[in-house]
Design a protein around this ligand. Structure first.
Ligand code: FCB
Length: 473
């Protein structure tokens, strides 16, 4: 038996996102976001699920916060719904802000640190109607929205992250068609990526100017791409491409103020960089304090099958058009390695997290003096509740989190400046295109009764958070 001890200051958190848990679609002045429109589009979401009610957190927030406190969670990462706070995308709605005001008070009152994400994919539909992230104006609207939230909450929220996973809100949303708004245009995707980065930079500058005392950052999601056969040049090139299209296309602008030359070449046909104007990269690379890292799995990749001419646009599971999110590298193949998989079909590959964190430290955050924080990691499994609604996920979810915490520990030992970890997710919730079918929570939510029941993983995590120790068998 090995016991790993984390630094005393290490933070133990959980994460959620507004559209995934709040419900209350049209209450308090909220208007639709692109996820309301998308989830109500036939074929877009498994089982036709929507976020109209989901966990009903909007009405149950105080008891959800109390539950978190009872588990000893010290940091809660939540996102603000732009469509609640500025229903038309631009005009602040005091009633929408009131909800987050109460949430923050509740957290602070229970000694839980609020960690705020401004954008977890739920763009006001009113802005999508004017082009969404393909429209440069959305970046400045985002900075204004950030300012409105900051004015209300800046005195009590110590950590502000701008975007969650811009890869998803650009490539997966505008090229792959899998997420809202469900488009399949590589050109829109590269423009959206650029405007998301610009919006991030403008918001960082706004936050810094108004509240120099808070920590500012962004959360990016990453894969660790390995060549299926390291001796095959086509596979090595495939790994370079996926690393570029997933990781470096965001990390390089943020930390080096430019798109990587090879990614510009890979995405030349779609026009990566054509949306850039003079001065953009100085804004995008505005100094930050923290990089939030979301990691679920890596991938083994291989070069295209010679002569593959299958159509690039095809019908997705719900019949709607889909395309690869890997713009310019659509024919790269993802090769299963025989590792165990979660209910998402994602390989369980904890050592990838160690490699990722060490690499980020060495190549990006370390030289910039930026701290790392794992802002999401966790797993969906096909939970089986007992008659009382209790799920014993000791050998699935707890084991997944335990092994990834060991990977974080190893990264810290290797020199990565990682300050904390957040389990995705506090609650079972609306898992985007998968609807309510995929459960990531450490707390079970019965979507009929809305009853919350901590799973074995929640009780186990509470003990880890209390002791600062992880025991491996
Ligand atoms: C991430 C998202 C989060 C959740 C997890 C499973 O990509 O940020 O909202 O859906 O995946």
């Amino acid at each position: 038996m090995t016991e790993l001890t984390f630094p005393p200051s290490f933070s133990w958190g959980t994460a959620t996102a507004a559209y995934q848990i709040e419900g209350a679609r049209h209450e308090g002045g909220r208007r639709d976001s692109i996820w309301d429109t998308f989830s109500h589009t036939p074929g877009a979401v498994v089982n036709g699920d929507t976020g109209d009610v989901t966990c009903d957190h909007y009405h149950r927030m105080p008891s959800d916060v109390a539950l978190m406190a009872s588990l000893g969670i010290d940091t809660y990462r939540f996102s603000v719904s732009w469509a609640r706070v500025c229903p038309d995308g631009r005009t602040p709605n005091p009633e929408g802000l009131d909800f987050y005001d109460r949430l923050v008070d509740e957290l602070v009152g229970r000694r839980i640190r609020p960690w705020l994400t401004l954008y977890h994919w739920d763009l006001p539909q009113a802005l999508q109607d004017r082009g969404g992230w393909t429209n440069r104006d959305t970046a400045s609207a985002f900075a204004d929205y950030a300012g409105a939230v900051l004015d209300r909450l800046g005195d009590r929220v110590p950590v502000w992250t701008t975007l969650n996973e811009p890869w998803c809100s650009s490539f997966l949303s505008y090229a792959a068609g899998e997420h809202a708004p469900g488009h399949t245009s590589p050109t829109e995707a590269v423009d959206a990526a650029h405007h998301l980065l610009l919006g991030h930079g403008l918001a960082v500058q706004r936050i810094r100017a108004d509240r120099p005392d808070v920590s500012v950052g962004i959360t990016t999601n990453h894969t660790v791409a390995d060549p299926a056969d390291p001796s095959n040049p086509a596979d090595v090139d495939a790994a370079r491409r996926i690393d570029g299209a997933f990781n470096r296309v965001f990390l390089d602008p943020l930390f080096r103020g430019e798109y990587p030359a090879d990614v510009l070449e890979d995405m030349a046909e779609a026009g990566l960089g054509r949306a850039a104007r003079d001065g953009d990269f100085a804004v995008i690379s505005s100094p930050i304090d923290v990089l939030g890292v979301n990691y679920y799995n890596g991938a083994a990749v291989a070069g295209a099958v010679p002569g593959d001419e299958s159509p690039l646009v095809f019908a997705g599971p719900g019949g709607l058009p889909r395309r690869s999110p890997y713009v310019g590298s659509e024919r790269v193949r993802f090769v299963p390695r025989g590792l165990p998989v979660t209910a998402m079909g994602w390989e369980v590959q904890p050592e990838g997290l160690t490699r990722l964190l060490v690499r980020l430290q060495e190549e990006y955050t370390g030289p910039a003096g930026v701290r790392l924080h794992v802002t999401e990691n966790g797993a969906a499994y096909d939970d089986v509740p007992d008659a009382a609604g209790f799920v014993d996920d000791t050998h699935t979810r707890s084991a997944y989190v335990r092994d990834h915490l060991a990977a974080v520990h190893a990264a810290i030992e290797a020199g990565a400046a990682v300050d904390g970890y957040m389990v995705w997710s506090m609650l079972d919730n609306f898992e985007w295109a998968w609807g309510l079918a995929k459960r990531f929570g450490i707390v079970r939510v019965d979507f009929d009764t809305l009853q919350r029941t901590p799973k074995a993983s929640a009780l186990w995590y509470a003990e880890v958070a209390r002791s600062g120790r992880v025991t491996l068998d």
